[in-house]
Design a protein around this ligand. Sequence first.
Ligand code: SF4
Length: 376
Amino acid sequence: MSLNHVRPWRNIYRRSSRQIMVGNVPVGGDAPISVQTMTNTVTTDIPGTIAQVQAAAEAGADIVRVSVPDQASSKALKEIVAESPVPIVADIHFHYKRGIEAAEAGAACLRINPGNIGDETRVREVIKAARDHGCSMRIGVNAGSLEKHLLEKYGEPCPDAMVESGLDHIKVLQDNDFHEFKISCKASDVFMAAAAYQQLAEATDAPIHLGITEAGGLVSGTIKSAIGLGNLLWMGIGDTIRVSLSADPVEEVKVGYEILKSLGLRHRGVNIISCPSCARQGFDVIKTVETLEKRLEHIKTPMSLSIIGCVVNGPGEALMTDVGFTGGGAGSGMVYLAGKASHKMSNEQMIDHIVEEVEKKAAEIDAAEAEVQAAE
Ligand code: SF4
């Protein structure tokens, strides 16, 4: 349960934006900040792409983007959309016709890049296709592929150029009476992306898709994204996020959730609070946490678990978590339930026991939630 009402220093005031729909997922307004990822299979490998979409959805992705580089991919998209448990965004570059085909194939949203989609006549045709097929759109500005005239005007990619590109395209959509769009202004440079997003947030009420593009590998990209997206989200900017990593899309989803979880903006699964461990630890904290992370992957209910090596911080952390374990010495530790010391447990049996306690607690939370929903 969120305790932000009694801890106002934890509050984040989200920028108010219009709400659009990406398939059945609302984006913007008071909708939860959605987590996106993108497949990296060849789109024409239909079973491979469907498997990746499903794995990402299972990990918690609300929306998945699929690249549509050629006509064969537009055809494949139809089958991918049919099998996908989540809305599919078609990623369109260079060929406006792919946008039209993707709309016909059932994409929930078309991502177009203002820097390479072509002139206004082409964009108008894509808008018509989106309208005819009930798709929303994303204007996806990228510092690495800005329009030539903006690069000439500004001399190099910069926040002003990115925002101008985005606003020009917003105008094209609005002039065509199309308002179901969101916008992104991505750069691989954290400073440039953050500055562009802040300007954009002031200049439009469109929902904002956040991302630090080409962020890097799992560790470096996670850190870059956590700094860039984390700061913007903390400022209240961002309605949907994608963490771009040179890694499995499932990892992107996990990192996206962890960023949102860290800021209390979204909750999913078990939030494990654990200490780094030191000579005082009463059990092997690092190994235990690694094992528990894997054994608790199936839990989707938002809840918290503290795994702390000793009594220095154990009881204090346990006070604020649903289930806790604190190492004690003599081969056993204390299990905490709802913040209170409950019973002792041997280190050997602790992992199985904690998994059981977490499963029990998750079932209790789910039942209470179902009761509230039934009453409503
Ligand atoms: S809680 Fe205890 S075991 Fe963990 S790092 Fe602190 S002193 Fe060490």
